[in-house]
Design a protein around this ligand. Structure first.
Ligand SMILES: *Cc1c(COP(=O)(O)O)cnc(C)c1O
Length: 455
């Protein structure tokens, strides 16, 4: 008989995995390749290396190497804030009076306040190793820009961040944090790029979007010497780096003979969920176990639950490669929602393929219910969650309630991706009852689908 599971299962520094796991090596149906929008042919390495650091391009295109070694300098920086804790939600279980066992992997224990640092460190390291001087990127809610600023400060690289204008204005302190780490923040759309000028001319009052900021950051990187572009979600390489979350989770649970029956994660571009499920989906792909996997998205931006599985652009300016993914169309503009990290029109090609093949499910939830769950969770578990993360909390609670009805003592694991300290406007709006729960109509969605390229 094992000891009682503690509130927090801590791994030692030595237990931080030495390899990332590449799910593609075990997938029967691989995600469709990125296409060159001009020729509609699969992109080759030489077309991507002017945009991304070369080692990142190799990882992006590598469908066969099962385990990829984590470079020692990356592991050294991981040690500053990892292993991240695996927490047993005893208080939540007790409150729900459920026989279910609820675990969450908490990724908010670093200044960026989210899991994004796991991939930012890797991408900055590869850029430095290649001898590059600077990087560009975009940020919506601000977590990715902060994570990249931390990583670039650590490895000594300059960083320019295109921050979606509405966040730039609503979250001045996010901008300050990036500034402390040396990141140069530009409100997007801006007049520092051709695509920014074009978007401003067409639509002077625009408050920007993630897709538009991506267009600007890519243009800037390609036009600058010794500079490349980095992206914080969606891409295969990002899911690879985030597999550290799932690998650590599996080790922690094994120490107490536990294995999840249900794995839940919020899904914006799919990186935290892809990372959390990685070693468990390997078991599932190999037919060893069959955990239920649930992606949770906002009802206002339902790419898996209501989107199309089609080739689409990754940005609004349509200058990026095309990816086959569940998408709402690069022209889709979601109604205002406080989970900024979940407001992207598309979904990781890897997760899209797994979803299409029936390896995972998806559900969507409205904003007010998400904040009900976030508030309850804060009071019981003492962590103030990011609005994005609270989508997973909501669904974990729903599943635990089902266990109460059926009497089944299932083991539930969910990803608590980050903290919500920069989201107090959102929490205040929830407390003031001014939250918007708009769900797009089929006509709203059709406008986005109309922007899909004809491939
Ligand atoms: C960015 C972000 C997300 C969503 O991104 P994924 O790539 O889907 O993981 C979720 N939670 C937090 C805290 C984030 O910063």
């Amino acid at each position: 008989m094992k000891n009682k599971v503690p509130y927090r299962i801590y791994l030692s520094e030595e237990q931080i995995p030495k390899y990332w796991y590449n799910m593609r090596a075990d997938m029967k149906n691989l995600p469709a390749p990125l296409l060159n929008p001009g020729t509609l042919q699969p992109l080759v390495e030489a077309e991507l290396t002017p945009v991304f650091p070369t080692a990142c391009v190799k990882q992006e295109l590598d469908n066969t190497t099962r385990y990829i070694e984590i470079p020692e300098p990356v592991r050294e920086m991981y040690k500053i804030y990892r292993p991240s804790p695996m927490i047993r939600a005893y208080n939540l279980e007790k409150y729900l009076d459920t026989p279910a066992k609820i675990y969450y992997k908490f990724e908010g224990n670093n200044t960026s306040g989210s899991h994004k640092l796991n991939s930012a460190i890797a991408q900055a390291y590869y850029a430095k190793e290649q001898g590059l001087k600077s990087l560009t990127t975009e940020t919506g809610a601000g977590q990715w820009g902060t994570a990249m600023s931390e990583a670039c400060a650590y490895f000594g690289l300059d960083l320019t961040i295109y921050m979606v204008k509405c966040s730039y204005e609503q979250k001045p302190f996010r901008k300050s944090v990036m500034g402390v780490f040396g990141g140069k923040v530009i409100s997007s759309p801006s007049n520092t790029t051709e695509v920014g000028k074009r978007i401003l001319a067409e639509n002077p009052g625009t408050t920007g979007s993630l897709g538009c900021a991506i267009s600007e950051a890519v243009e800037k990187a390609v036009a600058t010497d010794s500079c490349r572009y980095v992206l914080g979600s969606v891409l295969n390489q990002v899911l690879l780096h985030q597999s550290i979350i799932g690998l650590e989770s599996k080790i922690a649970l094994e120490m107490y003979d536990e294995y999840p029956d249900i794995i839940i994660g919020c899904a914006g571009g799919g990186s935290n969920l892809g990372g959390l499920i990685a070693p468990f989906i390997q078991d599932k792909l190999l037919g060893k176990t069959n955990p239920e996997i649930i992606a949770v998205e906002p009802a206002s931006c339902p790419s898996l639950t209501r989107g199309r599985y089609a080739y689409d652009f990754c940005d609004t300016g349509k200058i990026t490669p095309m990816a086959k993914m569940y998408t709402l169309g690069s022209g889709f503009i979601p109604s205002s929602n406080h989970a900024g990290g979940l407001r992207y029109h598309g979904m990781s090609p890897i997760l899209s393929q797994l979803y299409d093949d029936g390896y995972m499910k998806a559900t969507s939830v409205g904003q007010t219910k998400v904040f009900d769950a976030a508030t309850l969770f804060s009071r019981l578990e003492t962590i103030l969650p990011a609005p994005e993360s609270a989508h997973a909390i909501y669904t974990a609670i729903e599943e635990a309630k089902k266990c109460k009805e059926s009497g089944e003592a299932k083991t539930i694991l969910f990803g608590l991706t980050g903290t919500g300290y920069f989201d107090m406007t959102a929490y205040q709006s929830y407390m003031d009852n001014t939250m918007n729960d708009y769900i797009p109509t089929d006509e709203d969605l059709q406008k986005g689908f109309d922007t899909l390229p004809k491939v």
